[in-house]
Design a protein around this ligand. Structure first.
Ligand code: PMP
Length: 425
């Protein structure tokens, strides 16, 4: 039966970041519960990826399951044009209460990439409405990643990123080096010279700077000093440029704070959330903004903000997000993230002794082994599966960001498998 499933998958399904005809090793998963993925052949894998950052409570959580069922009986979907409903209103209120006070308006969408598109459009429309339509360019950091749609691709690292093929048709943005200063260090002023010079010369054309605060995810799992964000905010203010934080990966506790911006105590003008917003249950994202943006756009010539995805504010997804956030906040999640973080750090430390390893680092509930050369997924995926764990490296990075419900024993199995696989390479 599973052979047939895999054959049909091979014939008809196109997997992410893969050739249609040759997707590499594909693992059939039939169900998932807690931190375990159940495979078609009866084996189980401890999930080190939380489904790309999002399944913070693990899978099949009874509390979220109940919330989904309850909402399903009321209304799974209804258009948002001209209509509202309690899950969207309650979630918007919750998000504005949890994020910095200035962020008081929420625009819902259905994926992280679209939340970024919305943020870029908001920034451009804000300046248009303010009588400065020439301010349309974005500044982004090298080794940043913001999604796979056109606007989002345009602010991903243009060289090391995954989108260089589309370079000619993407909007041309400005890029500056990501800060080098470590997470626990101050950021020297010199690290802002490049962006300072850029803003000095081009601020009349620049709408916004977009960054992933503190952790650059898919572009390199790079951790940097929160102090950079404070200095960046001051620069943006000095040059009248908006600041967008993309917390699609870092939001909801992953870095040890509910939002990574709390490490710096900096308020962006626009904030993008997604992934673990629903505990990984549903596809939902949100772009929050302050009243400067919301009122600026609304008072402008166009007035309306021209965006409206069909599944905007999906009630099922909003109810799930409310349940997920309540569940997170009802627990000592900060201690849990700290525990997982120190276990990841301790468990991965032996990899430092290996010649093939360039660096081992961790922050919050994220653990990373950076190798000297890229790994071959065809080689390492079966090695992880044999060891009973699910880890999906990219490039030179073998990393884990487990669900917060992972116990110490499972973290130890996960990290031991990661070190062991690296040792075999
Ligand atoms: N921004 C960041 C920081 C991300 O990590 C991602 C997804 N990896 C995105 C945006 C895009 O989100 P999505 O995949 O939901 O479109």
């Amino acid at each position: 039966m599973w052979d047939k499933l895999l054959a049909e998958d091979h014939a008809h399904v196109w997997h992410p970041y893969a050739a249609a005809s040759d997707p590499g090793v594909i693992v059939p998963v039939t169900s998932a519960s807690g931190v375990r993925l159940q495979l078609a052949d009866g084996r189980e894998l401890i999930d080190g990826m939380a489904s790309w950052w999002c399944a913070i409570h693990g899978y099949n959580h009874p509390v979220i399951n109940r919330a989904v069922s309850k909402q399903l009986e009321k209304m799974s979907h209804v258009m948002f044009g001209g209509i509202t409903h309690p899950p969207a209103v309650k979630l918007a209120k919750m998000l504005t209460d949890l994020t910095p006070a200035s962020l008081n308006r929420v625009f819902f969408s259905d994926s992280g990439s679209v939340a970024v598109e919305v943020a870029l459009k908001m920034a451009i429309q804000y300046w248009h409405a303010s009588g400065r339509p020439e301010k349309q360019k974005m500044v982004a950091l090298r080794s940043g990643y913001h999604g796979d749609t056109f606007g989002a691709m345009s602010v991903c690292d243009p060289v090391t990123g995954m989108h260089h093929l589309f370079g000619d048709v993407l909007p041309k943005q400005f890029f500056v080096a990501a800060p080098d200063a470590a997470f626990d260090a101050e950021c020297p002023e010199s690290e802002l010279h490049e962006i300072g010079d850029l803003l000095t010369e081009h601020h009349n054309d620049i709408a916004a700077v977009i960054v992933e605060p503190v952790v650059q995810g898919a572009g390199g799992m790079h951790f940097y000093s929160p102090d950079y964000l404070r200095k960046l905010r001051a620069l943006c203010d000095a040059f009248d440029v908006l600041l967008i934080f993309d917390e699609i990966a870092t939001g909801f506790g992953r870095t040890g704070k509910l939002f990574a911006l709390e490490h710096a105590q900096v308020e962006p003008d626009i904030l993008c959330l997604g992934k673990s917003l629903t505990g990984g249950y549903m596809t939902l994202a949100a772009t929050l903004c302050n009243s400067r943006i919301a009122e600026g756009i609304s008072d402008g010539e166009a007035g309306a903000f021209m965006h409206g995805p069909t599944f905007m504010g999906n009630p099922l997804a909003c109810a799930t997000a409310i349940a997920s956030i309540k569940l997170l906040l009802s627990q000592p999640w900060q201690r849990t993230v700290e525990r997982i973080g120190s276990e990841l750090a301790a468990g991965l430390a032996p990899a430092r002794e290996l010649d093939q390893v360039a660096q081992v680092r961790s922050l919050g509930a994220i653990g990373v082994i950076e190798l000297n050369s890229p790994v071959d997924l065809r080689q390492v995926t079966p090695m992880f599966v044999e060891r009973g764990v699910w880890v999906r490296p990219f490039g030179k990075l073998i990393y884990a960001m487990p669900p917060y419900v992972m116990n110490s024993e499972d973290v130890a199995t996960l990290t031991a498998a990661m070190v062991d696989v690296v040792a075999q390479l």
